[in-house]
Design a protein around this ligand. Sequence first.
Ligand code: ACO
Length: 323
Amino acid sequence: MIRSVVRGVGSALPRRIMKNAEFEGMLDTSDDWIVQRTGIRQRHIASEDETTASLGEAAARAALENAGLTPADIDLIVLATSTPNNTFPATAVEIQHRLGMRHGFAFDMQAVCSGFVYAVATADSHLRAGLAKRALVIGSETFSRILDWSDRTTCVLFGDGAGALVLEAEEGEGSVADRGVLAASLRSDGTHKDKLYVDGGPSTTGTVGHLRMEGREVFKHAAGMITDVIEDTFHRAGITAEDLTWFVPHQANKRIIDASAKKLGIADEKVVITVDLHGNTSAASVPLALDVAVRDGRIREGDLVMLEAMGGGFTWGAVLIRW
Ligand code: ACO
């Protein structure tokens, strides 16, 4: 049996930190409102020289260093992003070039905030099918470039950043086969496509557009969709919430995370929260949170870790990994 085993994790954040108080001079909002409604205290915002490709490259290099590997060891790059450097070629190919790789293959995946969960499941399928041996799975976003900075209902929520995971195909039986990606569950439902979207694109307006969201509508669906897909993953893996060591959810809103954990019976101390520091970084949020929890010593070898995300589409999904 082939399993996709985690070899390393890394992340990268733009230099500039923007605290909630900075919005108070620009918009009718307050630090208090943002913290109470979302749990967000600050976010990182990319400067002109920082892009989805440059942040993704930095996160990839950090993950490779953590794994004790070099770009020569990688033969697949899957980049989850909704904010590519260009419409095409895929930003994954630019990252491949920046890493000095001319071998293997690279492509982008677009599932908005669920992108990283989709990308892990996709890389896992490629590795188990024998199409590649070692994959860099990256989530990198520069949502600051598609925000309407005059819309207080959206611009206070998002931030920029990148995170990456190195997965390696490992052949094994028995306890060895119990490591790595154990189960996944992915969903989408396009009837909700107008609740969270960007109002531009190459085939419609010919512009990049701005993010638009019916926040209350997204909020209403989020906890139910999240719990549904996690329960399905529990079922596929034959485990319960009590068996989990860590829950690493998409970091959009602390209230959604708390409600989902409560509904699933996951204890507060098992939940990794970084939304206060990073805001909602879309496809980068789960690997950014993973990197924080690995580096501070919380996530260790043998731990059972549930990744989860929900976002525009709607898309939603979960992946269970034995670290
Ligand atoms: N500052 C002050 N007041 C504000 C702000 C702000 N930044 N934004 C909205 N308000 C006001 C509203 O105008 C409204 O005023 P009104 O009652 O006079 O109309 C009031 O605050 C309450 O607004 P709600 O939208 O009901 O506030 P809610 O408690 O729902 O919080 C939020 C809004 C934070 C957006 C929440 O709905 C949310 O988190 N939604 C989900 C977002 C999400 O999870 N997205 C995940 C996917 S992201 C992706 O895929 C890219």
